[in-house]
Structures are given as structure tokens and as C-alpha cells.
Design a protein around this ligand. Structure first.
Ligand SMILES: Cc1cc2nc3c(=O)[nH]c(=O)nc-3n(C[C@H](O)[C@H](O)[C@H](O)COP(=O)(O)OP(=O)(O)OC[C@H]3O[C@@H](n4cnc5c(N)ncnc54)[C@H](O)[C@@H]3O)c2cc1C
Length: 435
């Protein structure tokens, strides 16, 4: 289903109509995948499309790198390739002092040699969500690097089956999901996460986008529309997931027969308000679009980062709230759907588990589906994903800090203080009030 839906995004984004089309593409891909594929095939190309809007940034590092970015974007588009990205250096490599002082090896991927054909790299990169399902991997770093990490300052792309590349994956939830009724999501939508190990891997220059340029390593995400266009997909996927969770909350209360209790309606109202607020931020991202010098447009940075911050910091609480509304529901059901196979157990189940608002089998399917989304091991991974996929939560606050027009905000405050007059004015006013 997803494979046939790989979107064909274009970096030539010059109108709000184009942005609207992109948004609808992200929204539909999210809907088709039950909102569970964070790194769906429209995620990484949206980043690279944003970079391809500013090729001159890459040209400044080395002649031809700007062309490489555009060619790579077109290659993904024309060959309909699915790309993942690994832009995190391993824990243990981030502070060079740590491995130097302890004498341990720095595990981070670094360039070990170069020649006229390209570069050779060795080391680890994380974290490749969807890597095992991808055709291609984009390798870089969003974490700032220091001057003594110059050999780690490299960004390139390779097919995931390139000689010398290994993907070390975590345990699959799908393997522990024996049937699609009890594990509707985890049996089908475990997108997997993996670390990539590179052992003297040769990369041709045509697939290198940054080499020995510490500033460009991050600027390619933040001084181009890459980070905002990529995370626009993340926002849509989250918004669609939130709609699903709100629907689950309502159905759970309906089944439990508590839907008419005012306190329950307040809780549902809070969830509905949160969903509407997020959708408002999504609309504002396009309504208040921004443009760059060469005429390309991108989504509004402030509204994008406000949405990203909200999503990263509130998912766990929303999931907890919806889970609470399910009460003991998930633990009142038989172990597996074999209850329907035996006429006697089926009859008993249908007799005692049917509700005024749901038949016994509807109840079984709904509760198992909701628990798979909100209470299972698979759900735990989603809670972690929603918190960290865009970087650690404190970074989410900083994106908004860096993109707020502080001067404008301060101007209004300074104006009021000025209107209040000088110290002499204050004294004069106090004196006349006392007389
Ligand atoms: C399920 C999942 C999927 C992911 N998919 C991808 C992917 O597809 N591609 C990719 O490149 N990356 C991916 N990531 C990685 C993600 O980018 C990182 O998890 C994130 O950047 C945090 O880095 P870290 O995990 O190394 O945590 P660390 O940086 O080691 O942080 C550990 C803890 O310390 C806190 N912390 C660290 N520094 C500070 C500070 N200065 N102030 C306050 N608190 C701090 C963090 O918030 C966190 O709680 C994924 C992560 C998860 C969990």
C-alpha cells in the first residue's frame, strides 16, 4: 500500500498551492499508514527538497556539491526511491574529551581517506528508522561538531546494500505479534530502528554533499528550508494520529457507558481542543508561508516549531489520558481470538461481553486495537519516538526561542515603559497626587 504511494515531491515549491498539495500528500500518506510510519517515504525527500532550494550553500563547500544535492533529489524522485536518514552521532562520541581521557575508541563515523574518486568512511551512525525497508540512506549530523571532529564533518548518501554497510536492528515487534486482530498495528506497522555500521565504505564524490565543513553540517538543515519542510511531514503525521486517538477516546467512553458524565465530557473536550489547536497551527504554516531570495516558498518556521514543540512535549500525556479512559477494559478480554472458534466459548463471550453500544466482537476488536496503539511494547516505542524523533525535547524549545521576533516583542514592552515617563515625571505625578 505504501510502496505504491511514494510521493513525488519537487523542490520547485513557489506557491501556496504547491504547499497545500504537499500537505495533502503528507496527510494522505499518514492516513494510509494508520499514522504510524514516522519515517514514511515522504519524510526524507522533503528534507532534501528543502536543501535543493539552496544549492549555493553546498557549492561554497566544494564545487559540484550543490549539483549533487539537486541530482540526488531528482534521483530519489525519478527512481521512486525510499530513503531513511541517520543524522545522529553515537552517544560516547559527542564529547571528544570523554573518549580521549578514557582511551576508548571514538565510534562515530569519520572519513578515513579520500582520493580523486571519492571518500572512504568507517564508524557508526544512528538512528535508522525504516533503514531496513529503505533503498537509500542519507548520512550526516544535526548535532553540532567541534573543530577536532573535522573528520566526522561529512554528509553523503548510499544504497543501504552498499558493500561494507551493515544495519544492526532492534528487536522486531512484528515477530511477537502472532495475529492481526490482537496486534493490528504492531503486526503491520513496525517501521524498525537500526544503527548503521560502516567498514571502510567507499563513497563516490557524486554522492557527497559536505566534506570537512563543520558549519555546513548543520546549516544545510537550518539555513535552508530542509528542517521545516521535513518536519512539516512529521506534524501532519502527528495531527492525523491525534485525530485517531481522539476517536478512540470517544469510542472507549461510549462503550464504558460514561459518555454523558460531565467530567468525562470535559476530558474529551480538552482532547478535542488540543486537536483543533494543532490543526490550526498546521493551517497557519501554509497561510503564513515564507519565501527565500530565489523565490522558493516554505512553511512558516514559527508555526512549524510551535507545533513540533507541542507534539514532542504532549504526546505522552495525551496517550496516558486516552489510556485512562479505557479503564480496566484491556484486561477483561480473553487471551486471543480463539474464543470465537469454539461455539460454546463464543456463545458465553457474546452473552456476557456484549454492551448496549457494542457487540462482543466489536468490543474485542476495538479494545485490542486501542491497546496495541496505546499500551503495548509497540506503543512504548511510539511514546519514545514522539518525544525524540526531532531531537531531544529541550531543543524543541530552543527552535522557538531562535525563531521568535524578540525585537518586535520587546518593542511593545519598551514603548509602554517609555510612555510611563521619566523618573522626574514620576516624582512630579506623585507630588501632585499627594497635594
Ligand atoms: C524511536 C526513535 C526513532 C528515531 N529515529 C531517528 C531517525 O530516523 N534518524 C535519526 O537520525 N535519528 C533518529 N532518532 C534519534 C533522535 O534524533 C535522538 O534520539 C535525539 O536526538 C536525542 O538524542 P539521544 O537519543 O542520543 O539522547 P541524548 O542526547 O543522549 O540525551 C539523553 C537524555 O538527556 C537529555 N539531554 C541531553 N542533553 C541535554 C541538555 N543540554 N539539556 C537538557 N537535557 C538534555 C535528553 O533530552 C535525553 O533525555 C530516533 C530516536 C528514537 C527514540
Amino acid at each position: 500500500m505504501i510502496a505504491s504511494a511514494k510521493p513525488r515531491t519537487s523542490p520547485r515549491c513557489r506557491s501556496s498551492k504547491k504547499l497545500e498539495q504537499r500537505a495533502e500528500c503528507h496527510r494522505r500518506v499518514a492516513e494510509w499508514s494508520y499514522r504510524l510510519l514516522g519515517r514514511s517515504p515522504d519524510h526524507v525527500p522533503a528534507f532534501i527538497g528543502g536543501m535543493a532550494m539552496v544549492p549555493e550553500l553546498f557549492e561554497a563547500n566544494r564545487q559540484g556539491f550543490g549539483r549533487n544535492v539537486i541530482d540526488y533529489f531528482n534521483d530519489l524522485k525519478l527512481r521512486d526511491l525510499f530513503a531513511c536518514y541517520l543524522v545522529l552521532t553515537p552517544q560516547g562520541s559527542r564529547d571528544p574529551k570523554m573518549y580521549k581521557d578514557t582511551g576508548t575508541i571514538n565510534p562515530a563515523l569519520a572519513v578515513v581517506s579520500e582520493d580523486s574518486e571519492g571518500i572512504v568512511v568507517s564508524g557508526l551512525k544512528l538512528l535508522g528508522t525504516s533503514a531496513v525497508f529503505s533503498d537509500e540512506a542519507w548520512i550526516g549530523s544535526m548535532i553540532p561538531l567541534g573543530p577536532d571532529q573535522i573528520n566526522e564533518a561529512v554528509t553523503f548518501a548510499i544504497p543501504v546494500n552498499h558493500p561494507g554497510v551493515e544495519i544492526w536492528v532492534r528487536e522486531s515487534f512484528e515477530l511477537r505479534a502472532p495475529n492481526k486482530i490482537d496486534h493490528f498495528f504492531s503486526s503491520q506497522f513496525d517501521e524498525s530502528d537500526g544503527v548503521m555500521v560502516f567498514d571502510n565504505v567507499r563513497i563516490p564524490w557524486s554522492r557527497v554533499f559536505c566534506h570537512r565543513d563543520i558549519a555546513l553540517m548543520r546549516d544545510m538543515y537550518f539555513k535552508t528550508p530542509a528542517h521545516v519542510m521535513g518536519n512539516h511531514q512529521s506534524n501532519w503525521r502527528f495531527a492525523e494520529k491525534l485525530k485517531l486517538m481522539v476517536g478512540i477516546a470517544h469510542r472507549a467512553c461510549d462503550m464504558a457507558g460514561v459518555i454523558n458524565i460531565p467530567a468525562i465530557q470535559q476530558t474529551l473536550g480538552r482532547l478535542a481542543a488540543a486537536e483543533a489547536s494543532l490543526l490550526g497551527l498546521m493551517a497557519a504554516q501554509i497561510d503564513q508561508l515564507q519565501s527565500i531570495a530565489n523565490g522558493h516558498v516554505h512553511v512558516n518556521r514559527r508555526f512549524l516549531y510551535a507545533a513540533l514543540q507541542w507534539c514532542a512535549n504532549n504526546y505522552a500525556q495525551v496517550a496516558e489520558e486516552v489510556r485512562s479512559l479505557m479503564g480496566a477494559g484491556p484486561f477483561l478480554l480473553p487471551a486471543d481470538p480463539s474464543v470465537f472458534d469454539n461455539p460454546q466459548t463464543r456463545q458465553t463471550f457474546e452473552k456476557y461481553w456484549s454492551l448496549p453500544t457494542a457487540s462482543a466482537d466489536e468490543r474485542y476488536k476495538f479494545v485490542k486495537m486501542a491497546w496495541d496503539l496505546l499500551g503495548s511494547d509497540f506503543a512504548g516505542r511510539h511514546t519514545q519516538y514522539e518525544k525524540f524523533y526531532g531531537g531531544p525535547p529541550h531543543i524543541m524549545d530552543l527552535y522557538s526561542f531562535f525563531n521568535c521576533p524578540w525585537n518586535e516583542r520587546r518593542a511593545a514592552v519598551d514603548q509602554i515603559v517609555k510612555e510611563m515617563g521619566s523618573a522626574d515625571d514620576l516624582t512630579a505625578r506623585r507630588k501632585s497626587a499627594a497635594e
